[in-house]
Design a protein around this ligand. Sequence first.
Ligand SMILES: CC(C)(COP(=O)(O)OP(=O)(O)OC[C@H]1O[C@@H](n2cnc3c(N)ncnc32)[C@H](O)[C@@H]1OP(=O)(O)O)[C@@H](O)C(=O)NCCC(=O)NCCS
Length: 196
Amino acid sequence: MHFEAEQVVTKKNKTVILRPASVDEAQALIDAMVDIAETSPYILMTAESFRKQTVEDEVKWIEKYANDPRSILILAEFEKKIVGILNFGTNKDPKTRHRGSLGISLHHSMRGEGLGELMFKKLLRELARVEDLLQIDLAMMGDNHQAYNLYKKVGFIEVGRTPLAYRQPDGSFCEDVQMVLPFSGKKSPKTSNGKI
Ligand SMILES: CC(C)(COP(=O)(O)OP(=O)(O)OC[C@H]1O[C@@H](n2cnc3c(N)ncnc32)[C@H](O)[C@@H]1OP(=O)(O)O)[C@@H](O)C(=O)NCCC(=O)NCCS
């Protein structure tokens, strides 16, 4: 999805640009994800698997978001460096295309100053253009309290937990938490039994 870049200011008074990704920054995007995975236990992929990603694959990944009017990839840039990545895509199957899911991760130096919320607000503004989007789904590791609080703050509701969902490198397990955000699409949702 195409969208216009926007400037936002974090709680620590840093001016950050929220903008689309360009294909010539594929390697920078891989490097940013390596850094994020190295500094957070809550990312599903490991730093090692990000390191193995090729520039060609990353270019395809960026193009997929740029060319699909129902998907969006928002980068946060601070001092010419990628410090945040938010990707959202809608489902393709006719029975689930009213739903989408997302992932968000910030560079360790930019966590805890409200940038996640600013990126979500930008996402929700841009998603208003997506026809028939009624629900945003996400899944997260149960002990990621910062992410949980952010998601609650922007309106997500917890709908379920899967025990033993993830095993960390130290051998400990944690739950998967599923959350949804009802999205005010253009049509009012109706269930098969007629109830909303
Ligand atoms: C999770 C993440 C996206 C949150 O974005 P953020 O901008 O750092 O979020 P914030 O610091 O604004 O925190 C959101 C809320 O959680 C609260 N919070 C902050 N640190 C916390 C902590 N250690 N424990 C519990 N709550 C915390 C804050 O109080 C804040 O609410 P407030 O604005 O009302 O004070 C970001 O920290 C990140 O990328 N982390 C590493 C990767 C990751 O976990 N991605 C998500 C995978 S599901």
